[in-house]
Design a protein. Structure first.
Ligand code: GRF
Length: 187
């Protein structure tokens, strides 16, 4: 059995996708043991609805330390699914190769500080990129710099807006996130 902890900050639709993929056997032999949020968010409600233990730790001093204490010993993978806090170098180094994140762009482009949510899509459109997509990658102390596990792109249309891009990217995320988790477990 592979034990997952999922970290969230927002609506949690990617968390939901992971919960559903496990339930449907698309991610075999796995379990989400804990959902941790850094703020009140709908993702916590999704955890509640699925009967998954969940906790909220407010951001601020000692955040990464409190988070570290919360991770059960048997955890195989820590999944950042729309998690907006930056975790410390020490936290990253405590779980080498065991933390992954999903990013709404084609890394290494459009990553780093401030590149989250619609800021990313806006930057992509302003740069007149021909394509965008989503990336699942390992988390290392450098923001959005860890090794890429899986990436999928699509062509940006003439009439693309921040909203249409966000919607398309979420669809791509739902497709690649379970595959990326399986890939990590298979390696
Ligand atoms: C996703 O687009 C993800 O790439 C980014 O935050 C968003 C989370 O969406 N890191 P949701 O909370 O899973 O709906």
């Amino acid at each position: 059995m592979k034990n997952l902890v999922v970290l969230v900050s927002g609506s949690g639709s990617n968390l939901q996708r992971i919960i559903d993929a496990i339930e449907q056997g698309e991610i075999p032999n796995a379990k989400v043991n804990l959902v941790v949020a850094d703020r009140e968010c709908f993702a916590l409600q999704r955890a509640e609805n699925a009967g998954i233990p969940h906790q909220m730790i407010p951001r601020g001093k000692n955040f990464s330390e409190s988070l570290k204490k919360m991770i059960p010993e048997n955890t195989n993978l820590i999944v950042l699914a729309g998690f907006l806090s930056i975790i410390s170098k020490e936290f990253c180094e405590s779980f080498p190769g065991k933390i992954i994140n999903i990013h709404p762009a084609l890394l290494p482009k459009f990553g780093g500080k401030g590149m989250w949510g619609n800021h990313v899509h806006k930057a992509v459109l302003e740069a007149k990129e021909k394509e965008s997509g989503a990336t699942v990658h390992f988390v290392t102390p450098g923001i959005d710099e860890g090794e890429i596990i899986l990436q999928k792109s699509f062509e940006i249309s003439e009439s693309e807006t921040v909203e249409s891009l966000a919607k398309k990217i979420h669809e791509v995320e739902y497709e690649i996130f379970p595959k990326a988790i399986n890939k990590v477990f298979a390696d």
